[in-house]
Structures are given as structure tokens and as C-alpha cells.
Design a protein around this ligand. Structure first.
Ligand code: PMP
Length: 429
């Protein structure tokens, strides 16, 4: 954003319009919420057939036998075959678990305190040590709160259009053995929409780390969540790690939370043979087997990798117009003023909006006064503090297009009002 180019007269006129719109919104008793990236009902309806896809008596597979019982801890073979190509891993590297990949990430971090992952001396854990993770920012707030919950300190690194700033990442991990991990949302990143470049993937796989048990937490949550026909290509991390001679470098995560049901999907963990053995050993003390009947529902519902892709296309048909509606508003209301920048992602669940530095918190406050709930400013930074108070995450998936239209009108008014307060000397708002 280039503030010197902001035309004060243009901003003054926009401010006067925005004031009127803000007052009208306040008087109208709006109650809209564009905070979290949840699927909308129409998306959930796409998977409704899964609730009845299993008939009475349908509870076996050839490889695993009777699925109503304990066992098959790695997950159904046929389901692993369907999803492995979508996560760019081999079926033998893939574990299918119950809903929530976030719980698998939490489990991996917490288990490491008692049994460090392969690479560390046998029988050691991180307990009693200072443990730090790298956090590319802006990033996913729940990654950060897993760390604060478990006593892991976060070291931020800035995101670039190619992924995290790799010069800085390489420098930090080479010299600091307390850095044990790094969060990555490598495709359609939350919230910036960035997909890591081939060079970034290669460098993450090859970099020298002071900690022998350093792990890249490769949260590929949006691997198949395309919004446009121009689908981003992400290089396979496990292959890159093998090629670089660091086969145990990465833990891959994913889920069907935004493919089938956020509250009733399946999750994925994928890694090298040594890491999978480490994971299953830890997990075996927590559970005697996953919900294999839900895995069977997913298997029967999708039938093939192509079936998953066709299903994701239906999600795209619902979501693309919603993202377009948000982008139209941002373009129409803000582009000419030069007071904000935003992303136009090819996939994922978010649009990332950067407003005038120092005003994001004020924008959220003004929107709340007018009945529109936005994700708290700073949520995309550890501890909820954006040092520039600049970034706002917009989640367009859940509201109807009509509600999005209303919410965006309010949001852009608030961006203008906050910018005017900050940039216009004569502003008395
Ligand atoms: N990772 C990222 C990057 C996400 O955005 C989300 C959901 N917002 C999750 C993980 C949560 O996934 P799950 O539902 O599988 O726990």
C-alpha cells in the first residue's frame, strides 16, 4: 500500500459515504458473522447421501474383514488408495484416523514431549526442554494455540508469495537446536492463499537443522479445495525429503472436514515408514482402532480418487460465486482509494485483507458496532497480536451471498472510516 498516493479529497468523499452507510447499518439491527471458515449447509448437503450409503449388513472389506470390531489401526486399505494420490503420498505412507486433523497435530506435538520422533536419541522426549516452533505469519491461529496450550514457544517468519521466507528459515533452524518444528499450510495457505513454490519445498526438505528430530508439520488442509480452473501445483514433500536424504523430515496432515462433514469426516497422517511406526506406536496407547465404519462410508460414497475430485468440483460451484462477491465489493469500494490490499486466492477458504497499518482492530470494532462479526484483528498472529495491526481474515464460505453482500458493504465502510481516522488530519470521527 502506498499511502503517499492516497488522494485526501477522494478519501474524504468516501468517508462521508461510509459514515452514512455505517449509521444505516447500525440502525438496521444487522447480525452477521463472517468469522470462521466453516462449510455452509449447501456444502454439507453434498455429502448427505453418506448418512445412508451403508445398508444393514454392509460392514466388511476384503482387506480388513469385519469393520465393526477393533483393529485395522492404519485405516482401510482401499480408502488409503483413494486418498494417497490426492495428498501426493503412497498408500503405505498413509494412516486414516477419525475426524479432525488438528487433533492429530496436537497428538504429535504432545507425544513428542514423552517420546521424541525418530532422529533424537532413543528413549528421549522434549519434556523439560525449551521447545520452539517456527510459525509463518500471517498463519492459522489454531496451530498457534496448540503450541501455547502445550508450552511450545513460537518464532515467527514472514510469508512471501512463494511461501515462508526461506533465507530466514534456513538461518534459524541451522543454529537453534530448540527449534523442533515448523507449521506449514503449503497449499492455498490459511489465510493468504499462497501455494509454496517448488524451490521452497526443495529447501524445506534439504535444509540443515540443528535439532536432529526437527519436523515440518505439513498441514495440507486445502490440498483439493480449488476455487478456480487454474489449480495450483504443489511439489510432493515426502518425495522431496527422500530425495534430499531427510526422509523423516515431514509429517503430512489432511482431512475431509471440508470435503464431507466438518464434524464427521476422516483425517490423515502421512510420513516415512519410521515416522508412521512412531505415530502408530504412540497412537496405539490412546486407541484400539479408529471408526472404520465411517471410513467405509467414505469409501462407498466416493468409490475412487476421481469420485473425490468430482465431489470437490461441486464445492467449487458453491464457493466460487461467494469469493467473487467479496472480491467485487473490495474492488468496487476500496481499489481506487489505495488504502487496502487483498488476496484473490485460487483455492482454500479465506481472503486476506491488509488495511492501513494500525487500523485493523478499529475496523473490527466498527464492524461490530454495525452488527458484523469479523475474526478478531491479530488472530492470524501468535498470541493474537499483529505487530502492524493490519491483517483481517475474511471467511466467505458460510454466509449466503446476500448476507455476504451486506457484510462486505459494512466491512468496506469500516475500512474507509478507520483509514480516514488514521490518515486525514482533519478527521474528527
Ligand atoms: N488446518 C487448517 C489450515 C485449517 O484451516 C483447518 C480448519 N480451519 C484445520 C486444519 C482443521 O482441520 P480439521 O477439521 O481436520 O481438524
Amino acid at each position: 500500500m502506498n499511502h503517499p498516493t492516497v488522494d485526501p479529497q477522494l478519501l474524504r468523499e468516501a468517508r462521508d459515504r461510509a459514515r452514512r452507510e455505517h449509521e444505516e447499518a447500525k440502525a438496521s439491527g444487522l447480525k452477521l458473522d463472517i468469522t470462521r471458515g466453516k462449510p455452509c449447509s449447501a456444502q454439507l448437503d453434498l455429502s448427505e447421501r453418506m448418512l445412508t450409503v451403508l445398508a444393514e449388513g454392509e460392514h466388511t472389506t476384503q482387506a480388513e474383514g469385519d469393520l465393526r470390531n477393533y483393529g485395522a489401526t492404519q485405516g482401510l486399505t482401499e480408502l488409503r488408495e483413494i486418498f494417497a494420490p490426492l495428498l501426493d503420498v503412497r498408500p503405505d505412507q498413509l494412516v486414516v484416523r477419525d475426524n479432525s486433523s488438528l487433533s492429530l497435530m496436537h497428538q504429535c506435538v504432545s507425544a513428542s514431549f514423552f517420546h521424541a520422533p525418530p532422529g533424537a536419541p532413543e528413549g528421549t522426549g522434549w519434556a523439560g526442554q525449551t521447545v520452539r516452533f517456527l510459525a509463518p505469519v500471517p498463519g492459522y491461529d489454531r496451530h498457534f494455540t496448540v503450541c501455547s496450550e502445550l508450552g511450545v514457544e513460537l518464532v515467527t517468519v514472514p510469508m512471501t508469495p512463494d511461501g515462508p521466507d526461506m533465507d530466514l528459515v534456513e538461518e534459524l533452524v541451522a543454529k537453534d537446536a530448540t527449534l523442533k518444528g515448523m507449521w506449514c499450510v503449503p497449499k492455498y495457505s490459511n489465510p493468504t492463499g499462497v501455494t509454496y513454490s517448488s524451490e521452497t519445498v526443495r529447501r524445506l526438505a534439504a535444509m540443515q537443522t540443528a535439532a536432529p528430530d526437527f519436523r515440518v508439520y505439513w498441514d495440507n488442509a486445502y490440498a483439493i479445495h480449488h476455487l478456480r480452473s487454474s489449480e495450483a501445483q504443489l511439489d510432493p514433500i515426502l518425495e522431496a525429503c527422500e530425495a534430499a536424504g531427510n526422509p523423516d523430515r515431514a509429517f503430512v496432515f489432511g482431512s475431509t472436514s471440508k470435503v464431507t462433514f466438518a464434524g464427521g469426516g476422516v483425517s490423515f497422517f502421512a510420513s516415512s515408514a519410521a515416522n508412521v511406526a512412531w505415530f502408530l506406536a504412540r497412537d496405539g496407547f490412546r486407541s484400539i482402532g479408529p471408526d472404520k465404519l465411517n471410513q467405509l462410508r467414505h469409501l462407498r460414497f466416493f468409490e475412487s480418487t476421481e469420485g473425490v475430485k468430482a465431489h470437490m468440483h461441486k464445492h467449487r460451484e458453491i464457493l466460487e460465486p461467494k469469493f467473487d462477491a467479496v472480491l467485487r465489493h473490495l474492488e468496487k469500494d476500496l481499489a481506487e482509494l489505495g488504502i487496502a490490499e487483498w488476496t484473490d486466492p485460487d483455492g482454500g477458504y479465506f481472503i486476506s485483507l491488509d488495511v492501513v497499518p494500525g487500523t485493523a482492530g478499529r475496523v473490527v470494532e466498527l464492524a461490530k458496532e454495525a452488527g458484523v462479526a469479523l475474526t478478531p484483528a491479530g488472530a492470524t498472529y501468535p498470541g493474537g497480536v499483529d505487530p502492524d495491526d493490519r491483517n483481517i481474515r475474511i471467511a466467505p464460505t458460510m454466509p449466503s451471498t446476500d448476507d455476504l453482500d451486506t457484510a462486505l458493504r459494512v466491512l468496506t465502510s469500516c475500512v474507509v472510516l478507520a483509514a480516514a481516522e488514521s490518515l486525514l488530519a482533519d478527521d474528527d470521527a
